[in-house]
Design a protein around this ligand. Structure first.
Ligand SMILES: Cc1cc2nc3c(=O)[nH]c(=O)nc-3n(C[C@H](O)[C@H](O)[C@H](O)COP(=O)(O)OP(=O)(O)OC[C@H]3O[C@@H](n4cnc5c(N)ncnc54)[C@H](O)[C@@H]3O)c2cc1C
Length: 393
């Protein structure tokens, strides 16, 4: 296994770095570096900048308009954008549904849906989870009944991230109750502006509006929006989930946040405390170990070897690390990091903050928000079960 980068890869990294420096708006990177709230416009603005360059679908092959980068190049792109303070690419379109459309959609669907995803114009949402169907996803009940050239969809999805912005939604729907639960699921693309779709906010612990409930009341969906074959949706859903879980590991964001943790610890005078520095050192070691794991996977992929099915492992480790750095930031700020002030998440907020250090103001919100990471994308407990079965045997 060779983990060092070739001169060509180093050159590629420098090219990406220079381009990002020139094209990432300062007000967006300022927000990211200081954990301030990104608006829909911020997220879509960056998506469109990438889209124009042909890099929003940075993992796509050239035949679908992507750059056709190697796994290493994709990693370098992710690292350079994260360290520069670019927002995470909202994954639902380019990272999740696009690979499914490429692998299982027909030519007409590929022509119709991929360009809007690649350009960042169309916002996608993920309609997997339902009340009672999260870990046990195969039990989804949202029903799609075929009537002529349409499906009539009735039911409810939940936890739909940023569904309030959604133009389109990919859904797991039940098209049959015969046989095993997995065999009666289909993968349906649904226009969220259709009659009968209602999106309702769920307020989170940190006061933010990030997730939603989505209700379908006799929603008519053209049958041409079915991906692949009816009742084969479970296979397509699993293809998508491995992309989702690898994406959640987000080691590059962890590297950026480690630096923020060090800045906060220094400004609060705890960086010189040996025991606190030990905690930072332990975190740093775990981040490097996660990076090594990512690079091992990339190295195996590049040399054509089969790598272990480690998406679940990356998800577990990455999400735990995200929670740990948010906890250590809170500890560094001590009592001053406790107040939960939503407005302090807005750029330019001038309110009073106890302790006077505005860098501490978003900490409580971030800490609460990070509780989600070990739940979403498949809870860590369930990932451990999967790892036990598929990796450990
Ligand atoms: C912030 C956030 C954003 C999300 N965004 C989306 C989205 O955009 N689209 C979408 O479709 N879904 C989304 N989800 C849903 C997410 O995928 C589910 O919450 C997750 O899969 C867990 O399902 P559940 O909430 O139904 O919990 P449950 O499945 O009810 O689990 C409850 C608890 O039991 C444990 N548990 C369950 N089964 C087992 C088992 N077999 N062994 C051991 N422990 C078990 C779980 O680990 C968990 O601790 C989001 C969730 C969150 C929190």
């Amino acid at each position: 296994m060779d983990l060092s980068f070739t001169p060509e890869e180093q050159k590629f990294r420098e090219e990406i770095r220079a381009w990002v420096k020139q094209n990432l708006p300062n007000e967006i990177s300022h927000k990211v570096h200081n954990a301030l709230e990104l608006t829909r416009d911020d997220l879509q603005n960056w998506a469109k900048i990438l889209g124009k360059k042909g890099w929003l679908g940075y993992g796509w092959p050239t035949e679908f308009g992507g750059p056709g980068w190697t796994a290493i190049q994709r990693h370098l792109f992710e690292e350079e954008t994260a360290l520069a303070g670019a927002p995470r690419i909202i994954p639902f379109g380019p990272v999740m549904v696009a690979p499914v459309i490429m692998a299982f959609g027909n030519a007409e669907q590929q022509k119709r849906f991929l360009p809007g995803i690649a350009s960042g114009e169309v916002w996608w949402s993920q309609g997997y989870s339902e009340p009672g169907s999260g870990s046990d996803l195969a039990s989804v009940k949202t029903k799609a009944e075929r009537k002529g050239d349409k499906y009539i969809v009735n039911g409810q999805k939940t936890w739909t991230t940023l569904g309030q912005y959604g133009d389109w939604m990919f859904n797991l729907v039940r098209t049959s109750n015969e046989g095993k639960p997995q065999t009666g699921i289909s993968f349906l693309l649904l226009d969220m502006k259709s009659h009968g779709v209602t999106v309702r906010p769920i307020k989170l612990l940190d006061g933010s509006h990030e997730v939603n409930e989505v209700f379908f009341d006799n929603v008519e969906v053209p049958a041409e929006n079915l991906i692949g074959e009816e009742n084969k949706g479970w296979t397509y859903a699993k293809h998508l989930l491995s992309h989702e879980r690898t994406n959640i590991a987000d080691v590059n964001r962890a590297k950026r946040e480690l630096e923020r943790l060090k800045r906060i610890a220094k400004s609060e005078g705890v960086y010189d405390d040996q025991r606190f520095r030990d905690e930072i050192a332990k975190l740093e070691v775990d981040i490097v170990a996660l990076e090594m794991m990512v690079l091992r996977v990339l190295s195996a992929a590049t040399s054509g070897k089969n790598s272990l099915d480690v998406a679940g492992l990356l998800k577990i480790r990455g999400s735990e690390i995200q929670q740990r750095y948010s906890e250590l930031m809170m500890l560094a700020g001590g009592a001053y990091s406790l107040p939960l002030i939503r407005e302090a998440m807005e750029a330019g907020w001038q309110g009073d903050f106890p302790g006077g250090n505005p860098a501490l103001a978003p900490l409580a919100s971030t800490f609460f928000n990070m509780r989600k990471t070990t739940i979403y994308g498949g809870s860590n407990e369930v990932q451990r079960n999967i790892v036990a079965q598929t990796v450990l045997g």
